[in-house]
Design a protein around this ligand. Structure first.
Ligand code: IPD
Ligand code: CA
Ligand code: CA
Ligand code: CA
Length: 256
């Protein structure tokens, strides 16, 4: 516990510091590189942030394993593994749209025990420690109470290979969009999960996700008393979350 509290407090101070740099470089000219497709980009600020965090972990917690989006697995001999998305919402960041975040999950013996999602431009820090609830800027949060799908506001997203692979979530979207009050596409899976945790959205689903998109956010949702489905598939992870009623309704409508 003590150790987890110390790690959580370090994560918070590091994401505040990295977030300041992200805000400083937001809207400045920046170098882009292209990954799996022309629309799948990484900016120099993603790389700067990742490097900053990896160095902090190596210095303060030598031996901890790390998995990041941009540099992959960093080995270690401890039972801790950090799972990091330096910018979730890179397309937003590169387009000057201020919805993006840093997402950090920490696993101990393969179980996620800490999650932090920091949204610098909103000044919002979401956090959870396993067994101790979820918070937004220090205040406890919980999922919404809305029971009827017709009144629900949901979020989803679409994978970068959507033009080349028909398993692209469009069929699920078509199936759900006429049955709900609204669907939002924020461009950040971690932010979507935190909106469900804080009760602003009632549910969320997406497919082909990666561990760094969801490790922190899923713990934050479950600690906010949300229900979760996580299925690891060949092409990525299929996720449904929501309050109990909306989760159940969504589970009958969408598939990975
Ligand atoms: C992406 C975002 C987006 C989701 C994509 C992710 P990135 O992460 O979370 O909302 O739809 O599947 O890859 O590339 O901005 O870190
Ligand atoms: Ca991501
Ligand atoms: Ca990213
Ligand atoms: Ca990416």
């Amino acid at each position: 516990m003590r150790e987890w509290e110390q790690i959580l407090s370090d994560i918070k101070s590091w994401v505040y510091e990295a977030g300041e740099e992200q805000i400083r470089r937001f809207n400045q000219p920046m170098n882009l590189q292209y990954k799996s497709a022309e629309i799948d980009i990484v900016t120099e600020v993603d790389l700067w942030t990742e490097n900053f965090l990896v160095n902090k972990i190596h210095t303060n917690y030598p031996g901890h394993r790390i998995l990041t989006e941009e540099s992959g697995a960093h080995d270690g001999n401890e039972n801790y593994e950090w799972v990091i998305d330096p910018i979730d919402g890179t397309t937003n960041f590169a387009h000057g749209f201020p919805l993006f975040c840093i997402s950090i999950g920490v696993k101990y013996n393969d179980e996620t025990v800490l999650g932090v999602v920091y949204v610098p431009k909103l000044g919002e820090l979401y956090e959870a420690m396993k067994g101790y609830g979820a918070k937004l800027n220090g205040e406890p949060i919980q999922v919404s109470q809305i029971k009827r799908l017709q009144l629900a506001v949901l979020a989803t997203g679409f994978p970068y290979d959507r033009a080349s692979d028909p398993q692209n979530n469009v069929d699920n979207f078509v199936n759900v969009v006429t049955k709900v009050a609204g669907i939002r596409r924020t461009g950040s899976a971690a932010i979507d999960l935190c909106q469900v945790a804080s009760g602003r959205f009632d549910g969320y689903w997406e497919l082909k996700l990666k561990p760094w998109d969801i490790e922190a956010g899923l713990l934050i949702v479950s600690e906010a008393k949300g229900r979760i489905k996580r299925i690891n598939g060949e092409k990525g992870i299929f996720v449904i979350v929501g309050n109990e009623s909306i989760y159940e309704a969504l589970d009958t409508l969408v598939s990975g």
